[in-house]
Write a protein that binds this ligand. Structure first.
Ligand code: F6R
Length: 240
């Protein structure tokens, strides 16, 4: 794993966007694996700026998002479908038919998992962007998830529900389940960029980089990825 430590969040976002911009220029018809959460917002803003300057286009890009809450309609303001439209898709020329996010309000969630896994088999991510949970989760693959997992429904852990409750009006509103891309499908990406910002991620970053590779810290699997870059700001990197 290659590690880049930046002075602050803005530099982290800039560094991450450089990799994506380079991909968009060299391979306009690419598959971009995307994450939600607070961490990639600066990266997405930089991509929007690059698009507005005419440096890149998304018209031939296929997106593949990591995860979605179960039970939130795609117009709910805390759904990840809504997040992606607000923070990236509405501001660039990506085509709506090329947007892919697991459907957390599908009637048959098992069938939806199979559909998404099949989509990923045919659309390997050129770059997969990841954030990291304070418990080391990637996507919503919580500790204990097998490394060969495919898209599946998960019960969110108490710590994830607590972390994410900051975005809801109260903790009871946070969905208890989500659909997530599996770790096996993340590992098939040609390149992975994992972003970590802030001191509350420092232990997870330590476990990811220096810990044993085991399911207690899902992100530790990335030590086995042939082309993974961790970009962490100083605070997140303080234990490594
Ligand atoms: C989001 C996702 C999660 C987040 C992680 C960190 O699609 O899959 O793994 O990346 O929970 O979230 P933030 O960036 O909000 O700290």
């Amino acid at each position: 794993m290659k590690i880049i430590i930046t002075e602050n969040y803005d530099q982290l976002s800039k560094k991450a966007s450089e990799f994506i911009i380079e991909l968009l220029k060299s391979k306009p018809k690419c598959v971009l694996g995307l994450a939600t959460g607070t961490t990639p917002i600066g990266l997405y803003q930089n991509l929007i700026d690059a698009y507005n300057k005419g440096e890149v286009s998304f018209k031939d890009v296929t997106s593949a998002n990591l995860d979605e809450y179960v039970g939130l309609q795609k117009d709910h303001d805390q759904s990840y479908a809504y997040f992606m439209r607000k923070n990236l898709f509405n501001h660039v020329d990506i085509k709506s038919e090329n947007l892919n996010i697991p459907n957390g309000s599908a009637k048959d969630l098992q069938l939806e998992c199979e559909r998404y896994s099949n989509f990923l088999k045919d659309n390997i991510q050129d770059i997969q962007v990841l954030g990291i949970g304070s418990n080391g989760h990637i996507g919503f693959n919580e500790p204990g998830t097998p490394f060969d997992s495919t898209t599946h429904v998960v019960d969110l852990t108490e710590s994830t529900i607590k972390d994410n409750s900051r975005l809801f009006s109260c903790i009871d509103e946070v969905p208890k389940k989500a659909i997530t891309m599996g770790i096996g499908e993340i590992m098939k990406s040609k390149m992975v960029i994992i972003l970590a910002s802030g001191a509350n991620k420092a232990q997870a970053v330590y476990n990811t980089v220096k810990g044993e590779v085991n399911t207690t810290c899902p992100a530790s699997v990335l030590q086995n990825h042939p082309n993974c870059i961790l970009i962490a700001d100083k605070d997140a990197a303080k234990l490594i």
